[in-house]
Ligand binder design. Sequence first.
Ligand code: MN
Length: 191
Amino acid sequence: MKFELIQLPYATNALAPTISQQTIELHHGKHLQAYVNNLNKMIEGSHFEKTDLETIVRESEGSLFNNAGQVLNHNLYFTQFSPQGGGAPSGALAKAIAEAWGSLALFQKEFEAAGAGLFGSGWVWLAADGNGKLFITKEANGSNPVTKGLKPLLGFDVWEHAYYLDYQNRRAEHLHELWKIVDWKAVEARF
Ligand code: MN
């Protein structure tokens, strides 16, 4: 098996009540595990066995793209949270957010609106270009900003499996609550 289920950097109950233990266990242990299993089966015997995950996402389509994209998305997602999260970014990322949106609060408002307004399943991302300019991108289903030549920094999952047990139909409320557990140090390290 080339790709393995990423280890959580916190206990499954550590992000509650923002994300419940049950949601983490299903989302990580069942949904992500299924994407990893599918991806490994699909690349077996193909030239993608020798490439990295981002390359597979950039160069594939159809079911392979969907599963590879979701493995990349969730690997980033589950490693950007911390029970000690929240607050604000610092350094170069804080500066770039202020340049692009005026303030962290204005960025967060636009990010939440993008996620709440995405029709169907997908992701909202904070992503950077090669010059460090920041963008908010909406990605349908399993897509990721790497398909646009951008580096993904922070992603909120708006698939119903990410929030329905805890927030039912209240996607906007879920997105607003997620700021409390964002590990900005982890996000800054991707910038
Ligand atoms: Mn998900």
